[in-house]
Design a protein. Sequence first.
Length: 557
Amino acid sequence: MVIFDEEQQKRKLFELRLKEEEDLAKALSTKYSIPYLDLTSTAINTDALRLIPEAAARSAQIAAFHIVGKKLYIGTASPTKEETKKVIAGLQAADYIVFPAIVSKRGLERAWERYKEISLAEETQAGILEVSQEKVLSYKKDFKTLKDVVARISEILSTKKRFQTSGLLEVFIAGALSTDASDVHIEPEENNVGVRFRLDGVLRPLLIFDFDVYQLLQSRIKLISGMRLNVKNEAQDGRFSIKLNDTEMEIRSSVVPGAYGESIVMRLLNPDTISVPLEALGMEPKLLAILTHEISKPNGMLLNTGPTGSGKTTTLYAFLKKVQTPEMKIITIEDPIEYHLPGITQTQVNTEKKYTFASGLRAGLRQDPDIIMVGEIRDEETAKTAVNAALTGHLVLSTLHTNNAAGTIPRLIDLKVNAKIISSALNVSIAQRLVRKLCQFCKEKSTPSARERTIIDSALAGIHREETYDPGTLWRPKGCERCNNTGYRGRIGVFEAILTDESVEQATIQNPSEREIKKAGLGQGILDMRQDGIIKILQGVTSFEELERVVDVEKDS
């Protein structure tokens, strides 16, 4: 018995029609000597698509699907149509170099569907989120604390109006700017979606809302960040910018799939946070004088160490700005470029194009630089190339992942750098952490506990300075409206450093441990992070609890 499967026949007929459409497009491609493209399986770039208004695109049977600089790639089903020629001529008049392809009508329909996504962000233009100066100033005036931000968002959510929900992203970003938050975390849970701001390195819960709002917000963030909206099971990264007066602030977006939906993090790269002068980073006077002298040398290497988020890049940028002059050539290799520095040639690692730290460093050296900054030394090739650069007349600044300054030399030896030449190349190794500063409006005096007093006395015993400190008085966080009831506002660095002097050089050639390098550097009289932090506690800059959060205070590290 033959069973007639109607659904299967319909599916076959549908597939046959699709093939006929694509075959027709291929035939037209041959006829007009224009390349054929299957637009039904090609990624559509919305920045390209929006260059042709939807009505004009449908009338002219055309769609822009990819853009690189001024190179614009378009698909058309009717290359001889007058409307098509007019649209292409208009694009060429706007200085676009147009690369046409013959596509099927179904391919065009698929591209035109993406206009619906563009309508979700009317203010978006080529990755720029337009926020008027008046609007931002109004937000900053209204948003004094996190409570003000929560109140405004709750007001918007209570209206249940789509156009106001689509503007929620601007409120989140303005709220983050007003409270000096560095990151916005949007995290779906089983029953709702939570939002947290990262303030001074610590996440603070903001509020929760429903999944329907989350879906709109997620689409909007993906759209303006250049991510694929239809991809839900892969991690994606993107970026967009905010215009504030004549300044653009970049925002890095990251989406990671989770159990209940995609977790979204937006990192605000505020140019104001990188404009900190070297003198304001928190270095004690002796160390500041030493490092100012070291970065003024014409050659050698300066390595800054610490975990992710400890402020290493900010410190290296401060070094560059300190020594930069019109007579100097400075090149950086970064991953990624976090802040743009005028007058400095900055390049970004691109592993897909085989532009790594090592290859970028080699290429940078051919540019005859005076100073070269490598974002991170993480492999043998980069380490050896950087050391050789430091030995051949260049000042090299870079970062390394170790726990302390003493770990720098053992780490370089692990990376197969010849121990006998490390001391000739390495001028100084630094380590740093960031601690939150006590709010100067609400901090309270306190008496240290017996344990705290023991640790403080131990740290002070190793400090031989003229300054005197009162170990019997500490300061604690209290919390007020000005610090969002955290007791802290802003952050400052705690530092340590080891110079490569004769004693350290002798230890280096013996394949030393961290402890041996630290012992060799004791005679330099430079504070370690523990001692630097204890002094900041006694000065009322930070609290004992905060220092203990980032530094092992019980160990003489």
